[in-house]
Ligand binder design. Sequence first.
Ligand code: NCD
Length: 293
Amino acid sequence: MSILGSVDFTKPLIEHLFKTACGEHRVENKILMNVFFEPSTRTSFSFECAMKRLGGEVINFTKETSSINKGETYEDTIRSLSCYADIMVVRHPNKDYIKRASEVSSIPIINGGNGNGEHPTQALLDLYTMYKKWGNGFETKSVLFVGDIKNSRTIHSLVSLMKNYPEMKIQYLAYDGCGPDESMLKQVSEEHGQKLEEIEINKVENYDLYDVIYCTRRQKERENGIVGEPDIIVDEEFADKLKDDAIIMHPLPRNSELCVSVDSNKRCYYFEQMKYGVEIRMSLLYYVLNIKN
Ligand code: NCD
């Protein structure tokens, strides 16, 4: 079983992974291959940490020292790497390359981020963070996505995962030029029974409406990425207007859109979010390595 997008997480699977996270899992004698063609701090190291905590081993591929520099194709590289491990996490700037990896790999592929496409395990840890905060009460929470809605793969994957929870509400507050396209709006409207015209907002009128503020940086490295400073900043003033038990999430890395001063606000939840990544990735690795394919 590969995890190429949030669509691969069914509701029973999400619930199983949430419930079994923190269990006494072991995967001795298994190897994870980390294959990152794009920079990463949290995703690569949290997968490495998760695998090691499970008792497994990790190999980190680096493009710079590989035979890609001798002209080897991507497909031959992936096919070869799949002979040396039991599971592979792949990140690539080109949206199509995760699927291409899954077509030649002999082991399960986990999408660690494909261009401006998806980042399903980040979405899983994001939803898990809400579950840890509210238990099953997360199923009726309202989320305001702030930032580069168009290019943030973490937002794309989280919205896709949230369709399993139609009572959750979604709104978008986008940076200038980074708004959702019509199909994204239509999808949210249909899946969450929200009026189309109310999903995209250009200003927060009522701060009490939101349980989660999910902020992302401007994806400057993406095609049509817009340069310059973001026109929306989550600072202490913004944070203090929110409900007392609202949480501020961010997949990180942050740029100037999320002020360091928010780190000490009681609604700051992005460091917890980051830590939950290890637990839920342990749960996922254990599951994928143990199911009969
Ligand atoms: C995100 C990513 O790589 O998509 N980071 C992450 O995995 N935690 C977010 C980003 O780069 O903006």
